[in-house]
Design a protein around this ligand. Structure first.
Ligand SMILES: C[S@@+](CC[C@H](N)C(=O)[O-])C[C@H]1O[C@@H](n2cnc3c(N)ncnc32)[C@H](O)[C@@H]1O
Length: 339
């Protein structure tokens, strides 16, 4: 079982970790009232004040709409109001000066504080959204494209993605000289039909684009994945369903390194929080059973995995670096989820 040396450095570090978690919640609730609403000049000043208080970097909350309209997908792929079964594209309008997230989370500082970059456009901007009933699967919004940036940049050779959506990532990959072909695993036939009818004909790129109608979980196997040079998994809606799906993938213990997962860092932040609380309970000598029962029902299974993992370790943590290296290690977090 992991243990701690009681010293001032660890003491302070534990306190700072807990404080950073508290501050995230405080920060998020203080900006909640502004989100997805019209931002008056007065509100903008108040918001700047909040960002300053939490040392969140910003130049200006105004984003140039070119960040969207210059994107090749936005420029070249036109979608009317069309539908297939229960999925449809719908024109949505981002009203000018509406405050919104422009990306998923950014860590700030060495503990657990993090924030979503926020901003607004000075003019109304139209964009199509892919909806299934009331669920919005995908739109070429700034936060969607920015959060896939790493996946777009890393694409090369034979690429595979799980989750078709509106094909933004496949399109941006196909435009790259380094990309030879794109394969997609998608389980909703309506989304495939919609794509084949309205989007694929607009791609106009002479490279192989193959869609496999199937469930991502059935294809998440080494013998299938090893055929590709780069893989990007993107079949969840947000961090909420993402953690569950990501955990199920980790449980399959696939040993492949050329693979990335949409909003992986944001998904793992939830796990980091529970790891930090668990290590604090161990440090304080509290009962692990009490700790597990104090965790929200949705995260109990994760808390149990965390306990199983740390019971297998026999090291003594003596410094802040050792503590933070555990909390921020993607390798450890993935190992915990794979249990
Ligand atoms: C967020 S969208 C993907 C967006 C895509 N990266 C893009 O660039 O447009 C998620 C997609 O995953 C699909 N999906 C959800 N669960 C799936 C599963 N288990 N297997 C395969 N596809 C799935 C949904 O139907 C949806 O088309």
């Amino acid at each position: 079982m992991i243990t701690f040396e009681k010293n001032k450095e660890i003491d302070l570090s534990m306190k700072n970790l807990l404080l950073s978690m508290f501050e995230v919640n405080e920060y998020l609730s203080s900006i909640l009232d502004y989100n997805e609403k019209f931002l008056s000049t007065e509100n903008e000043k108040e918001l700047m004040h909040i960002l300053k208080k939490y040392n969140i970097p910003y130049n200006n909350l105004k984003y140039d709409s070119k960040i969207l309209t210059d994107n090749p997908y936005y420029k070249n792929i036109k979608l009317e109001n069309v539908h297939f079964g229960n999925v449809r594209y719908e024109k949505t309008t981002i009203k000018k000066r509406t405050l919104m997230s422009m990306n998923f989370h950014n860590p700030l500082g060495k503990y657990l504080f993090h924030y979503h970059p926020i901003g607004h456009f000075e003019t109304d901007v139209d964009l199509p959204a892919l909806k299934e009933d009331d669920k919005v699967w995908m739109s070429p919004a700034v936060s969607e494209i920015e959060s896939m940036r790493d996946g777009i940049d890393k694409g090369h050779g034979k690429c595979l993605t799980m989750g078709l959506g509106i094909g933004v990532l496949p399109y941006l990959w196909l435009l790259k000289d380094e990309v030879e072909s794109v394969t997609i695993v998608e389980f909703n036939k309506d989304i495939i039909n919609l794509f084949d009818t309205y989007i694929r004909p607009q791609f106009k790129i002479d490279k192989k684009l193959k869609i496999i109608h199937g469930d991502a979980f059935d294809y998440y196997r080494e013998d299938f994945l090893s055929q590709f040079d780069y893989i990007y998994v993107d079949f969840w809606e947000s961090t909420e369903d993402g953690l569950d799906f990501y955990t199920k993938l980790m449980e399959k213990k696939v040993d492949i390194s050329n693979i990335d997962y949409w909003i992986e860092d944001s998904i793992l932040y939830d796990v980091k929080y529970i790891v930090a609380l668990y290590l604090f309970a161990v440090y304080e000598g509290k009962s692990i059973l009490d700790f597990i029962s104090s965790i929200d029902e949705d995260f109990k299974a994760i808390a149990k995995k965390i306990n199983k993992y740390f019971k297998t370790r026999n090291d003594i943590i003596k410094t802040e670096d050792e503590l933070l290296n555990i909390i921020h290690s993607k390798e450890i977090l993935k190992k915990i989820l794979s249990i």
